[in-house]
Design a binder for this molecule. Sequence first.
Ligand SMILES: [Cu+2]
Length: 356
Amino acid sequence: MLAGIGFTLFVAARVLLAASTCTDPSVRKEWRTLTKDERAEWIGAVKCLSELPHDSALTPSVHPDDIAPLNTSSSYYDDIVYMHMDLNHLIHFTGLFLPFHRWYVQVYEYALKERCGFKGASPYWNWAKDAPNFFNSTFFQDFDPISGFGGWGNLLNDAQVPNGAFSDFKLSYPSYHTLRRNFTLQPYIGQDPTLFTEPYLYANTSFTQSEVDKMVSGFVGDYKGFQTYLEAFEGAHSSVHLIMGGDLGGTCPSTAPPDCTPGPTFSANEPLFWMHHAMVDKVWFDWQNANPANADIFYGGSVQMIDNGTIYNKYPNGGPPMLSLDSVIPADGMFQESTIEAVINTTTGLLCYIYD
Ligand SMILES: [Cu+2]
C-alpha cells in the first residue's frame, strides 16, 4: 500500500517536472539502430506489463457496443489495450487522432518505466525502409527469443507468431489468444467503395519513403489536410496496420465469439503498435518542424463521420462540435489526462523528446 502511495507521488512529481522544463529531451531511435541489449530491455519491459494484474483504475467511459466486455482477469497490458478499444470512436477520424496517439505512446513509455523498470526512450519503426519488399524484409527475421520481434504467423495455427520474444505473448481481447501476424498485401478488397476508392491497392505502396516525403514537405499550414492524408482509409497509417494482418490488422482470433467485430479497436495487442505509432508521431513531428506554419497548429472535430464517402469527405477529421487546443485527451482513469495543447509540441508542455 505504501509503495502504491509512493508511486502516485512519484508520478505527480515527474509530470510537474516535465511540464516545467525540457532541457535534455530523450531521443527516440529507430528499432534497427538499437543495440541487442536495448532491444531486449524494451521487449522485457513490454512482456513485464503483460504479467502484471488488471488495474481497477481502468474506467471505460464510452462503452461502444462492438467491443468485448471488460475482463478483470486480464493483465495490465490488456488494460492499456482496452482503453483504446473503449475510446475507438473518439480517437480515430477525429481531431484527437494525432494528439491522442502521441500522448498514448508517451504514457505507455511512463508505464514501462514506472512499473517495469525500463530506462530507455520509446523506439520507432521506420516502415518506409520495409515498404519495397515488405514480406521478405529482414525486419521480420529476428527470431532471437530475448531481443527479436519474431516473424510472420503460422497460417496453419490461426496466424500465431511461432518465434521471437513474443511467441508466448498472452492477450485477452477480444478473447484469449497469443500474438498473430498475417501478411495481407491487398487488405481493401470488398470494402465500402465510397471510402476505399482503390480496393485493389497494394498496401505497401502507401508507406514508401516518397509518400513520407510528400506528407512531411506538403500540407503547409494545413493540419486537416495533413492528418487526413496520413490517416486516410488507404493511407500510410491504415496500410501498415492492415498489411500486418492479425492483431495489428484487427482481425478476430479463432477463439473469438461469432459476434466479434474486426477493426482498429484491439490493434494495440501487437507490441509493434507502439513503434508504428511512434513512427506516425515522427511523421507529424517532422511535418511540424518542416515549416514554421505547421508548428503548434491544430484543427479537428470531435465526432467521427465515416458512415459513407459523402459524409467522410466533408468531415475527414471529425465533425462538430469542433475541438480546440484546450480540449482534453480522454484517459479512462488509466493515466493523467492531458490537453491537446500540452502535447502539441514534443519539447514543451508535458513532453520532452525528439526523434533522431
Ligand atoms: Cu488507434
